[in-house]
Design a protein around this ligand. Structure first.
Ligand SMILES: Nc1ncnc2c1ncn2[C@@H]1O[C@H](COP(=O)(O)OP(=O)(O)O)[C@@H](O)[C@H]1O
Ligand SMILES: [Mg+2]
Length: 282
């Protein structure tokens, strides 16, 4: 079956993967996994949005999820910190582990899980609080600091790592929402890293930003990868090529191909990946 998307752009025809049982092309496993998803299926009521996805997320790698709109990138990303739990009709099956532990085990508390696997959204969403309190929020609620001095230090370190300290150090008491879009997104990154996550999930973090703010975030992703594992969803192939070391190509809910970013962009193996990379969809 062919599905035709009608948009303001030229009409694109998206091919179905030829077989339901077709295996992902490329190495889904890595030597040093931080997270492992095995045979993951996601349903919204009876809509099968993610179909049998198996993939490792390597420690300290930047991995990009790419693919046509609606292919399930955000859905799969949200599985990695149980953000789909907040959607009533959503059901996740299969197994997802972090450092070998099942994150869907009933004994797992999602609040600390979401600190370990933090998230940055498409639209910067600072809390309606001061710059300081935005960053201090997580360390406070998770009880990570014992004194004001310690909290001050975490706030400064997090803002410094997010490349924002110099721009805000003299106005920490002002609202986070008063910053520019790019600064707000760096504030959200500072807020995520303030609780020392292991993994940061980013869902199209630059799509609301101008090219200069985007370049700053991309630089930051590169810098943060020494300490964190980063999974970034992007609709920009150029961005995926610039920031990631591994790329996963999704298509109609299936993980079609995964491999080193350079190889995915220069010699994709699967026809569907080739079509997407070259801008030929059908
Ligand atoms: N909250 C939801 N309720 C019902 N269907 C959803 C919901 N979120 C996403 N979907 C559906 O799941 C599929 C994958 O969507 P999504 O993960 O947002 O794709 P992408 O991020 O790749 O654009 C789409 O068909 C979309 O319509
Ligand atoms: Mg999305």
């Amino acid at each position: 079956m062919d599905m035709t998307l009608t948009t303001s752009e030229p009409v694109l025809t998206i091919k179905e993967p030829s077989s339901v049982t077709e295996k992902t092309v490329g190495s889904v496993h890595v030597d040093n996994p931080r997270m492992q998803a095995k045979n993951v299926d996601v349903y919204y009521d009876d809509k099968h949005a993610i179909q049998d996805v198996t993939i490792d997320i390597g420690a300290n790698e930047v991995i990009a999820f790419i693919g046509p709109s609606g292919c399930g990138k955000s859905t799969f990303l949200r599985c990695l910190n149980r953000m789909n739990d907040t959607i009533d009709i959503c059901r996740v099956e299969g197994s997802i582990t972090i450092d070998g532990k099942d994150i869907y085990d009933p004994s797992v508390d999602v609040v600390p899980l979401r600190a370990r696997v933090g998230m940055v959204f498409q639209k910067p969403n600072p809390f309606p609080k001061s710059i300081y309190d935005n960053v201090a929020y997580g360390p406070r609620i998770h009880g990570l600091v014992e004194s004001k001095a310690e909290l001050d230090e975490v706030v400064e370190q997090s803002l410094t790592r997010a490349g924002l300290w110099g721009e805000v150090k003299d106005r920490l008491d002002q609202p986070g929402t008063g910053l520019s879009g790019g600064q707000q997104q760096r504030l959200c990154i500072a807020r995520a890293i303030a609780v020392s996550p292991e993994v940061i999930l980013m869902d199209e973090p630059c799509s609301a930003l101008d090219p200069i703010a985007t370049a700053r975030i991309e630089e930051l992703i590169h810098e943060l990868s020494d300490q964190f594992t980063i999974v970034i969803v992007t609709h920009s192939m150029q961005q995926a090529a610039r920031v990631s070391s591994r790329t996963a190509y999704f298509h109609l809910g299936k993980l079609i191909e995964v491999g080193p970013t350079k190889q995915i962009f220069t010699s994709p193996q699967h026809e569907l990946t080739q079509d997407y990379i070259t801008g030929r969809f059908g």
